[in-house]
Design a binder for this molecule. Structure first.
Ligand SMILES: Cc1cc2nc3c(=O)[nH]c(=O)nc-3n(C[C@H](O)[C@H](O)[C@H](O)COP(=O)(O)OP(=O)(O)OC[C@H]3O[C@@H](n4cnc5c(N)ncnc54)[C@H](O)[C@@H]3O)c2cc1C
Length: 385
């Protein structure tokens, strides 16, 4: 199975390629790699984000009335391919642009749309998703952070965890419980919270890579105006599903990055510079590389299938399958790198990649949860008890 892209998508490719050739500078390209001072990198990425926004490329899938390009699925695929080919960083505000903005477009008031979307697009505000809690991850509907109405404010108390960008975000899409007596999916409300509010403490969590990967958020009597509620009270579960469906929609281009890693691993393994000569002179290593290559190509086919389903208006379990396979391929790449390069695979960017690959089977839906989706919706097995 392979795509032939529609002519409009190919025309868009040419236009974007020409624009990238003219506008992408080395500093922005370098900032995409996780190297150097995080504060300086963020500034370079913000600048690049504004360049993208001015040209209409910061959020191609958004409707043009909000500064996007109304790009269909195939143009979004082309956009990912070309940005990746050029080594161009994407938006500085990926969670806001891809996950939260579509919820604001669907559920927000006119005032919320005018206030938030333009600043989100330009990277003036960075957003995070305050969903998970110490006792509510896969079972998100068990969340316990409380919000009690007091006049024209909600008063929020509780804790969130694993919050990506929590240390740099100035806004948060926060899920809170507003009706503790209702069935658990029905008593949840979504609030758009200014992170500079008094009573919010952000505690970055340092991961095994030594970096601040995400944060814990503590809410102590935080007063959030009622007009910051997104959607109706106690219907936050539906808002959350809009956000999560958009998060899962982003998996189709994951193969680009991992297949690039596999290609460069094959090249490095063939290098005569390796201690002991090219690793590919060992038949077992050749077999492992071939296996990995096939895993990468299978992932691409699964992604194409997910994209095809989406083009035909069928959002099915394909995304779960892609996520499941992608996270495993990433970990297989890290394992083989470890075997080929020994202690060197523990150092620098390679070492960080190797360690952070562990989190890929958890973030955005764990392996076990995705297996449940595949078991029930692809294989038709009974629901897990
Ligand atoms: C890199 C990264 C970034 C993240 N960013 C964010 C963020 O920005 N905002 C946010 O809110 N959260 C974020 N998360 C949190 C993420 O959504 C949760 O970690 C995830 O939902 C799993 O929840 P948990 O960690 O509480 O594990 P649990 O849900 O407690 O799961 C523990 C184990 O039990 C298994 N399990 C759970 N339920 C079932 C089941 N029904 N059947 C079989 N096995 C099951 C799981 O697979 C897992 O192995 C992030 C996580 C990571 C790793």
């Amino acid at each position: 199975m392979d795509f032939s892209y529609p002519p409009e998508a190919e025309a868009f490719r040419q236009e974007l390629r020409t624009w990238l050739d003219a506008n992408l500078d080395d500093a922005s390209r370098a900032a995409r790699l996780d190297e150097g001072d995080p504060g300086e990198r963020l500034e370079v990425l913000r600048r690049w984000n504004r360049t993208l926004a001015d040209a209409g490329y910061a959020a191609v899938s958004w409707p043009s009335e909000y500064g996007g390009r109304d790009a269909g699925v195939m143009e979004q695929v082309v956009f990912s391919e070309e940005m990746h080919r050029a080594g161009a960083p994407g938006t500085v505000n990926p969670i806001g642009i891809a996950n939260i903005a579509p919820s604001i477009m669907s559920w927000g008031t006119q005032e919320q749309k005018s206030r938030f979307l333009q600043r989100m697009l330009r990277g003036d505000d960075i957003w995070c998703q305050g969903f998970s809690e110490p006792g509510a991850g896969s079972d998100l509907a068990s969340l316990r952070t409380r919000a009690v109405l007091d006049g024209d404010h909600y008063v929020v108390d509780g804790q969130k965890v694993w919050n990506t960008f929590g240390d740099i975000a100035n806004y948060c899409e926060l899920l809170v419980r507003t009706d503790p007596d209702a069935p658990k999916h029905r008593g949840i409300t979504c609030l758009l919270v200014d992170m500079k509010q008094p009573g919010i403490t952000v505690r970055p969590l340092v991961t095994i890579t030594g970096e601040k990967g995400f944060s814990e958020l503590f809410f102590d009597s935080v007063r959030v105006p009622v007009e910051s509620r997104l959607g109706p009270e106690n219907e936050g579960w539906k808002v959350a599903m809009t956000t999560l469906n958009n998060e899962r929609g982003g998996v189709a281009s994951l193969h680009l990055q991992v297949r690039k890693k596999i290609r460069s691993l094959c090249e490095e393994a063939a290098s005569p510079e390796l201690p002991g000569g090219p690793a590919t002179s060992d038949p077992r290593t050749r077999e492992r590389l071939a296996q990995l290559y096939l895993e990468g190509e299978t992932l691409k086919l699964l992604s194409d299938r997910a994209i095809s389903a989406s083009v035909h208006g069928r959002a099915g379990p394909e995304g779960s399958l892609v996520k499941l396979v992608w996270s495993r391929v990433e970990q297989h790449v890290a394992e083989l790198e470890g075997e080929l390069f020994g202690p060197e695979a523990l150092l620098g960017a390679r070492g960080r990649r190797r360690l952070s690959a562990r989190s890929m089977t958890i973030a955005g839906g764990t392996t076990q949860v995705n297996k449940n989706v595949v078991a029930q919706r692809v294989l038709g097995l009974p629901r897990n008890r």
